[in-house]
Write a protein that binds this ligand. Structure first.
Ligand SMILES: [Zn+2]
Length: 124
């Protein structure tokens, strides 16, 4: 884990990059520039829609990458038998938008139960 200062510096860099994407969104929406009939509320609505899409894409990419780290099998938290994992989509509401998490889920045929390898070790 990077130091707090390094994380803050990296976050500032990412915010600057995202601000640049705002210019791209504006140009995509209004290639010739917004007319004088475009209100601040219209601009805000476009920016919020783009922001929600950014949140969705970022969260789904990062959680998908984490899910891939579990591989194709995980041990059953009850009996320890290696079980194959499948990916199950789960819609969630996150700050700033909605996202669909593709979570790895295992099924143990011996214990006849599903389990989430991310929560392995935590009894439910
Ligand atoms: Zn089991």
């Amino acid at each position: 884990m990077a130091s707090k200062e390094a994380r803050e510096r990296r976050l500032k860099e990412i915010q600057e990059i995202a601000a640049g994407w705002g210019k791209i969104v504006a140009r995509e929406a209004f290639p010739d520039g917004p007319g004088l009939d475009v209100t601040l509320a219209d601009m805000e609505e476009l920016a919020i829609a783009a922001s929600r899409a950014l949140v969705k894409g970022t969260v789904e990419t990062m959680t998908g990458s984490q899910g891939e780290q579990f591989g194709e099998e995980a041990p059953c938290p009850i009996c320890g038998k290696m079980c194959s994992l499948k990916t199950v989509p789960r819609p969630v509401v996150v700050r700033g938008g909605d996202a669909t998490l593709n979570e790895p889920v295992g099924h143990c045929p011996t214990c006849r139960r599903d389990f989430f390898p991310a929560a392995a070790g935590v009894e439910d």
